[in-house]
Design a protein around this ligand. Structure first.
Ligand code: HEM
Length: 419
């Protein structure tokens, strides 16, 4: 049982609180894979980890990932050429492999080449571990899962997937410990290329209370980035592509902005200044995350009895803050189902907590800047190379607010080569 909350004032009270930081029971289903990394931990452990990880998301560090966005983005564009001219393409699985490649390289510093090898054991295991906890959360047996799970086929599938994932992360960590990267620009590999900095390198040098992190601590955080930093951005990019295909006038404005930035050299390398100049694209991404928030709800638990506006709520009550519902409420967003990026310019949102795609307060998304850079970089490349058109026959999304917002029948569009 959970209390579903859509009132922005109540959301503000909960999200701003430094006491209501424990997650709802649904997050427990991710513990076997993620342990108690930043997303799933609470109390002192979470506070110390958050403090330790915050500098890793500083702009000066994120700049290092521009090369990753560029390299993987180019491979993705090559892959998309194969889809040109088809009347209907489900872009979600393709985008998802692209964002998996990006987060893997950013967090571990290695390439798994998911775009061209989407059926590898590692990629399959990530996909399974993003799905099995969701199946468990939404199964009517959810409260009894600790007892029922061990006798279901999912238990054995999950055990195998987790073994693959943990062994993979451990191998990469061991390799990096043996061959550390000096976090200086001078560090070159054997062929003289600049070595790529990864979040893992920062974790290897980080300390908490003066002590370095254990291998297990590091694995928890790397795996958390792999989970939280992959399906979230892929959903957003795929829904943005769908929205641009369905709203050609808006797509034209995005294209004009891209032309004003890149001119004739439409495939030149993107810089951080270019990303900052993509103001209209940023509005498009904001509007995409309003209508299609990648994380449609977040769960919390009351740490003690709480009284709010005359009602007493008991300790340990599970809360579901329903971002999807609030962001589609006409009281805060007139004509809520209309895709209108300009609303972020001219509408005063009555309560900022009515728009919280990255959550808010102390447990907001630590990766939001990284995500914004990745989304801008990728969508910019797509729009410069392809005209996005509605699928034939017309595609009606079947949205389902699972742990990540999904469309049950895919996200279908059609692609044309842009001259
Ligand atoms: C469009 C992309 C993204 C969206 C919409 C998004 C959204 C969110 C939301 C709503 C939360 C709060 C979850 C909760 O309270 O249960 C969250 C937390 C988190 N996100 Fe993101 N996220 C995105 C991308 C990323 C990326 C790329 C990373 C990593 C590189 C990341 C890492 C995290 C982590 C580690 C947390 C837990 C923070 C904490 O509890 O202190 N996210 N995200």
């Amino acid at each position: 049982m959970a209390l579903v909350i859509t009132d922005p004032k109540f959301m503000e009270y909960i999200l701003s609180s430094t006491k209501i930081i424990s997650k709802a029971f649904q997050y427990d289903f991710f513990h076997e894979w993620l342990g108690t990394g930043l997303l799933t931990s609470t109390g002192i452990k979470w506070r110390k980890r958050r403090k330790m990880l915050t500098p890793s998301f500083h702009f000066s560090i994120l700049e290092n990932f521009m090369d990753v966005f560029e390299k993987v983005g180019d491979i993705f564009i090559e892959r998309l050429w194969e889809e040109v001219g088809k009347p209907s393409v489900d872009i979600y699985p393709l985008v998802s492999l692209c964002t998996l490649d990006i987060i893997c390289e950013a967090s571990m510093g290695i390439s798994i080449n998911a775009i061209n090898d989407g059926d590898s054991e590692y990629v399959r295991s990530v996909k399974q571990m993003c799905q099995i906890p969701v199946d468990r959360t939404f199964d009517f047996t959810a409260p009894f899962q600790p007892w029922i799970h061990p006798i279901t086929p999912n238990y054995f599938k999950q055990k195998r997937a987790i073994k693959v994932l943990h062994e993979h992360t451990d191998r990469v960590i061991d390799e990096r410990i043996k061959n550390p990267i000096n976090i200086s620009d001078e560090d070159k590999d054997s062929v003289g290329m600049k070595k790529r900095l990864a979040f893992l390198d920062l974790l290897l040098t980080a300390t908490i209370d003066g002590k370095p992190l254990s291998r297990m601590d590091i694995r928890e955080e790397v795996d958390t980035f792999m989970f939280e930093g992959h399906d979230t951005t892929s959903a957003a990019i795929a829904f943005a592509m769908f929205s641009l295909a369905e709203n050609r006038g808006i797509q034209q404005k995005v294209l004009e902005e891209q032309i004003s930035i890149f001119g004739e050299k439409k495939n030149r390398k993107t810089t951080t200044t270019d990303l900052q100049d993509m103001k209209y694209l940023e509005l498009v991404i904001k509007e995409t995350l309003r209508l299609y928030p990648s994380v449609p709800w977040v769960g919390r638990k009351f740490p003690e009895d709480i009284e709010w506006e005359g009602t007493l709520y008991p300790k340990d009550m599970n809360l579901m803050l329903y971002i999807f519902g609030t962001q589609r409420d006409a009281r805060y967003f007139p004509e809520p189902l209309k895709f209108r990026p300009e609303r972020f310019l001219d509408t005063e949102i009555p309560n900022p907590f009515a728009y919280v795609p990255f959550s808010a307060g102390p447990r907001n998304c630590i990766g939001q800047r990284f995500a914004m850079m990745e989304m801008k970089s990728t969508i910019s490349k797509i729009v410069r190379n392809f005209e996005l058109l509605p699928a034939t026959p017309k595609h009606e999304l079947q949205l389902a607010p699972e742990v990540i917002l999904v469309s049950k029948n895919g996200i279908r569009i059609s692609l044309n080569r842009r001259k």
